[in-house]
Ligand binder design. Structure first.
Ligand code: SF4
Ligand code: SF4
Length: 403
C-alpha cells in the first residue's frame, strides 16, 4: 500500500472498534474479519478513527512503522480503505445513528424523568400473562422453567379474573402494546385460551397461547391463523413418549443434559416440517451441561454477523428483554420472568410500570454485557449476545471461554 501525504484512511461502515483487557479489536460485523493488536501505541489511532464523524484519519498523521503496519492489516481485511479525500466510497458513514435508547441513556443521566415517563408507553410492545398459578400437576421443572421460557407455573397462586386482564388492557390503550402471550396450564388449555383470548381479542390485540406439553391431544384449531399455539416440552430423561407432532403447533424443546440435546436433534431430523426450537435450560443441578454447551468461544463471537445495528443495540439495551412485561396471576408485573417484582397492576398502569423499569438501575430492559462485572472491560462486550434469562438465573457475570 502506498500512502501519499493527501491520503486518508476511512473505516468501512461495517467496521466496529473496541478496546478492552484483550487489547484493541477492529472487526467487520457483517463477515467476522478482524484485526486484533496489543500494540498500545495504536490506541491513539483507534481513538481518532472511532471518535470523528467521518471515521477517517489523515494517513500522514499516522505514519510511524507500527501504525502503517496496522493500516495495511486493516486494508487487507477490508476493514477500511486508503483513498483521497474526494473519493471516499462510503456515503453512509457520514450519517449519524439516532436511536431512542441513546436518548433514554441521556435522560437517565440528566434526571429528565418527565421525558422518560412520556416515552415509556411507546416502548411497551409485548405482554406475557400467566393466567393462573393453580395447577394439580407436579412437574419437577416447574420452579425453574418459567423463568427461562414462557412456561406455566405455580407462582402467584390463584386465578387471574378475566376482568383484571380486561382493565389492564383498557389502561394500556395508547401504548405500543401489540401482542399478548397467554400462558395456561395444559389441563385448562381450551377453557382458558377461549376465555382470556376473547378478552385480548376484544381489545384488537394479537395473541398467542403458551402451554406445557401433556399427552392429551392438542386441539389443532388453537394453532391456526394469527393465534399461534406454543408448547413448551421439557425433554425429561432424554425424550417424551412417541407422539405425533402437529405442524400447526410451535414446539419449544427444553434440554438440560447431553442425552436430551441428542434426543432433541432426533426430533428435528424426524419432523423437519414442524417448528421446533431447542433451548438449553438450567434445572437446578446441570451447571456442567450449561458450561459445556452455552459458553461462547472467541471464534463464535466473531462470526455472529450482527451488523452495526446489532452493535448499537448491544451498547445500550438488552434485546432479549426490551419492551416486554410479564404479569402473574396475582397481578405482579416484572420486566423479565427472572427479574424483581416492579409493581402490581391493581395499583398502577402498565405505562407507569414501564416507566419504573426505565428508572431502574439494575433493570432487565437496559441490562447490557458492559453492565456485568465479568464483561465490562472486555473487548467483545458489544459483540456478545446480551444477558439471557439463564445468565441472570445463574448469576453468570460472563458466558464464554474467552480469557
Ligand atoms: S403443568 Fe405447568 S404449572 Fe403445572 S406443574 Fe407442570 S409446569 Fe407447573
Ligand atoms: S461473555 Fe463477556 S467476557 Fe465473555 S467474551 Fe462476551 S463480553 Fe467478553
Amino acid at each position: 500500500m502506498i500512502i501519499g501525504n493527501e491520503s486518508i484512511f476511512v473505516m468501512s461502515p461495517n467496521a466496529h472498534t473496541a478496546f478492552g483487557r484483550q487489547g484493541l479489536l477492529f472487526v467487520d460485523v457483517e463477515n467476522g474479519a478482524y484485526v486484533k493488536t496489543n500494540d498500545y501505541h495504536s490506541i491513539a489511532f483507534a481513538a481518532a478513527i472511532s471518535s470523528v464523524a467521518t471515521r477517517a484519519v489523515r494517513c500522514a498523521d499516522f505514519g510511524e512503522a507500527h501504525q502503517v503496519e496496522l493500516l495495511n492489516q486493516l486494508v487487507d481485511k477490508r476493514l477500511g480503505i486508503v483513498c483521497s479525500p474526494e473519493k471516499v466510497p462510503y456515503s453512509h458513514v457520514f450519517q449519524p445513528f439516532e436511536y431512542i435508547v441513546d436518548d433514554i441513556a441521556r435522560w437517565r443521566r440528566n434526571g429528565e424523568q418527565a421525558l422518560l415517563r412520556q416515552v415509556a408507553p411507546q416502548l411497551l410492545s409485548e405482554l406475557t400473562v400467566y393466567v393462573t398459578g393453580q395447577c394439580s400437576q407436579g412437574c419437577p421443572h416447574c420452579h425453574y422453567l418459567y423463568r427461562q421460557v414462557r412456561c406455566c407455573n405455580k407462582y402467584g397462586n390463584g386465578l387471574m379474573p378475566p376482568s383484571m386482564l380486561d382493565a389492564v388492557l383498557r389502561d394500556a390503550r395508547g401504548t405500543a402494546l401489540s401482542r399478548v402471550h397467554l400462558v395456561v396450564p395444559p389441563d385448562k388449555l381450551h377453557q382458558y385460551s377461549n376465555d382470556y383470548g376473547a378478552v385480548v381479542a376484544a381489545h384488537g390485540l394479537g395473541f398467542d397461547i403458551w402451554t406445557s406439553w401433556s399427552e392429551e391431544e392438542l386441539a389443532p384449531s388453537l394453532g391456526q391463523g394469527d393465534c399461534a399455539l406454543n408448547v413448551v416440552v421439557p425433554l425429561m430423561n432424554g425424550g417424551m413418549p412417541q407422539f405425533e407432532l402437529n405442524v400447526a403447533v410451535r414446539y419449544h424443546f427444553c434440554v438440560a443434559s447431553e442425552s436430551e440435546l441428542v434426543a432433541a436433534y432426533g426430533y428435528l431430523d424426524r419432523w423437519p416440517e414442524v417448528s421446533i426450537t431447542v433451548y438449553p435450560v438450567y434445572n437446578g443441578e446441570n451447571e456442567v451441561f450449561i458450561s459445556d454447551n452455552m459458553l461462547l468461544t472467541e471464534a463464535e463471537i466473531l462470526q455472529q454477523h450482527i451488523g452495526m445495528r446489532g452493535i448499537i443495540r448491544n451498547k445500550r439495551m438488552n434485546a432479549n428483554a426490551f419492551g416486554e412485561l410479564y404479569m402473574f396471576a396475582n397481578g405482579e408485573v416484572r420486566a423479565a420472568p427472572y427479574a424483581e417484582n416492579l409493581a402490581n397492576v391493581t395499583n398502577i398502569t402498565l405505562s407507569e410500570i414501564a416507566y419504573r423499569e426505565l428508572l431502574c438501575n439494575d433493570g432487565a430492559w437496559l441490562k447490557t454485557r458492559s453492565s456485568l462485572s465479568g464483561c465490562s472491560s472486555c473487548v467483545y462486550a458489544e459483540l456478545c449476545p446480551p444477558p439471557m434469562p439463564i445468565d441472570m438465573m445463574l448469576g453468570l457475570s460472563r458466558r464464554c471461554h474467552v480469557e
